[in-house]
Design a protein around this ligand. Structure first.
Ligand SMILES: C[S@@+](CC[C@H](N)C(=O)[O-])C[C@H]1O[C@@H](n2cnc3c(N)ncnc32)[C@H](O)[C@@H]1O
Length: 436
């Protein structure tokens, strides 16, 4: 990738910071037109597939010359380059890091050898300013999934830093290996373009600001496939909740989905109201009463003995949204009632480094978790669901909450953390704080 890169004049005007999804007045919010960049910088180093990925610098020149002069490596990248060309590219990449806060990484093996590069270049494709992803690897390192892992991770980091809403890639039709890497990383073919006299495919990966999902049938705004949730069996969570509330309680389940907690609770004799913003999820409720609404702005004018905020909604990446969810939950239970919150436990985040995968089978549904990137407290990941020969993907970013973070967030909603329960302390119980 990055065949015959034509380096631009260095006097790039940096794109002004814009919130994701917004476009200048009078222009449509086309991702292709506006590679929105924030002032946030990409991390300068990370690890991927057992390699150190480090912001390129002069110390990498000899390694990169070795890479660029290898005829096999360069076969689909415009042929071997003389040292001066590699030096010029390195100079450009280093300047871009200074100027724009992102760029190319040298991939360095144990022992210090540069075995490849991967990263982003700011470039102009067919007259459009783009952020382009590219990589190359020494042949001895091909076929080990390194390119896929590296592209996955830098795309994940770009999403976490809001570097760009859209990442481009160009690849020649004969470069099947790179096409596979792009497909695995979620790139979609856009059109052909001619670059330095060569016809290339332009591929694009759009990084929406929030979670999203894809696959057959209805997928909710937060990326959940309805058909999959309808097929998932009820689990032990309703029992965990039932153990903590009195018989015949009134219960409000926020983000109830198809009722995997709400329905068994209703069957146990509780009066359950389920809230969800997806009508397609709510049609699956039978005994629980459905309410179609957004949790963050919910005002039922009623208070319940117990409110449930399950399914890790509390790990929302945006602290303001998390607080809105907790404030609404707090406003909907009685002074002697309880809030039960299900979260991603700290033990889950501890193992969630880029490249981490986990496979599970729940009833008829298989799930594969792929973690793309971790930056501070944020983890970006994809869950792939399989059901009866069909597949769905749900992409999300989730924020690590330590026990103290959770305690503070609850306190900000006027609540006291009473205790943690369930496997790994997945659930928290909270009550209204006593006036001090
Ligand atoms: C991961 S599903 C879990 C559903 C259910 N709690 C379960 O365990 O099967 C999350 C559900 O929350 C809903 N949801 C997410 N954010 C929401 C919001 N802000 N307002 C209303 N519903 C929301 C989604 O539509 C989805 O049905």
């Amino acid at each position: 990738m990055f065949p015959s890169v034509r380096l631009r004049a260095h006097a790039t005007v940096r794109t002004r910071r814009r919130r994701p999804g917004t476009a200048p007045a009078g222009r449509s919010a086309s991702y292709a037109e506006f590679p929105v960049r924030s002032e946030a910088r990409m991390p300068e180093a990370f690890r991927v597939a057992g390699l150190a990925a480090t912001r390129v610098g002069p110390e990498h020149l000899d390694g990169l010359v070795g890479l660029d002069s290898d005829p096999q490596v360069m076969a689909s990248l415009g042929g071997p380059r003389p040292r001066e060309v590699t030096e010029a590219h390195l100079g450009y990449d280093m300047e871009q890091w200074e100027r724009e806060g992102f760029g190319m990484y040298a991939l360095v093996a144990e022992g210090g050898d540069v075995i490849g590069r991967a990263g982003f270049r700011s470039t102009v494709l067919a007259g459009v300013e783009e952020v382009e992803v590219g990589y190359s690897l020494l042949t001895g390192w091909w076929g080990r999934g390194i390119a896929t892992a590296a592209v996955d991770q830098i795309i994940g980091l770009a999403g976490l830093t809001e570097l760009a809403l859209s990442i481009a890639a160009t690849v020649g039709p004969a470069n099947r290996a790179s096409l596979r890497v792009l497909e695995k990383a979620g790139f979609v073919y856009e059109r052909q373009l001619v670059r330095a006299g060569e016809t290339m495919g332009l591929y694009r990966r759009v990084l929406p600001p929030g979670p999203w999902g894809e696959g057959p049938g209805v997928v909710t705004a937060d990326g959940c496939p309805v058909e999959v949730y309808a097929a998932l069996p009820a689990d032990g969570r309703a029992k965990l909740v039932d153990d903590r509330i009195r018989a015949g309680s009134s219960v409000l389940d926020l983000g109830c989905g198809t009722g995997r907690i709400a329905e068994p609770l209703a069957a146990l004799g509780h009066r359950v109201v389920g809230v969800d913003n997806s009508p397609e999820m709510l049609v699956h409720l039978r005994a629980a009463q459905p309410v179609k609404a957004d949790i963050a702005t919910l005002d039922l004018g009623d208070r319940f003995d117990a409110v449930i905020l399950a399914s890790n909604l509390v790990n929302h990446p945006d602290p303001a949204t998390r607080q809105a969810l907790l404030d609404v939950a707090a406003a909907h239970f009685t002074p002697s009632g309880v809030l039960l919150v299900e979260r991603q436990p700290p033990s889950w985040f501890e193992q969630c480094h880029a490249g981490h995968t986990n496979t599970a089978t729940i009833g008829e549904v298989t799930t594969i978790l792929n973690v793309h990137a971790r930056l501070g407290d944020l983890v970006s990941a994809t869950v792939t669901y399989g059901l009866r020969g069909r597949r769905w993907s749900q992409h999300f970013t989730t924020r690590w909450l330590t026990d103290d973070d959770l305690r503070r967030a609850l306190a900000d909603a006027g609540l006291d953390l009473q205790g943690l329960f369930g496997p790994d302390g997945t659930w928290a119980a909270a009550m209204h704080a006593r006036p001090r």
